[in-house]
Design a binder for this molecule. Sequence first.
Ligand SMILES: [Zn+2]
Length: 179
Amino acid sequence: MNISGEYAILFYISCYCLFIRYFIAGVIIMRCPFCGHTESKVIDSRPTDEGSRIRRRRECLLCAKRFTTYEIVENLPIVVVKKDKSRESFDRSKLFNGMLRACEKRPVSIQTLEKAVDEIEASLQNSLDREVTSLRVGEYAMEKLKEIDEVAYVRFASVYRQFKDITSFRDEINKLLSK
Ligand SMILES: [Zn+2]
């Protein structure tokens, strides 16, 4: 390894330490290590191998020099608003179990369901809203199940939508068949 390579590594470590310090202090400031300016733009962003941190290449808006930060992904809690307007924090395992029940005796792997729940959770996390209705969560699940297994979808929909009568149930089935 050449000298500049060693410097680069030392530099990354010091950026990381600097970031952690600000993070602990509760003030997240991305300060340029060259000139101290606090504004920078992100050039490249990718998760680290273990996925818990995001490595970002930044460019200082003042001196235009580039540096790397390692940022910790903070998962904010998502609040689910139920039909009776009461609130509870989003429970991933509850969603998973509901979908699993709908897939009973169907050729759907646990991995497929895990992936679907991951995607739903990511959609919720990416939304700017910290509150989501239980109805919307159910719709997300139905959208996924529709792609995965139609029988599971109808089962889930019948529990979730609580079809008021046989007509609305038939309409849903017809919608599926007409695709
Ligand atoms: Zn700078």
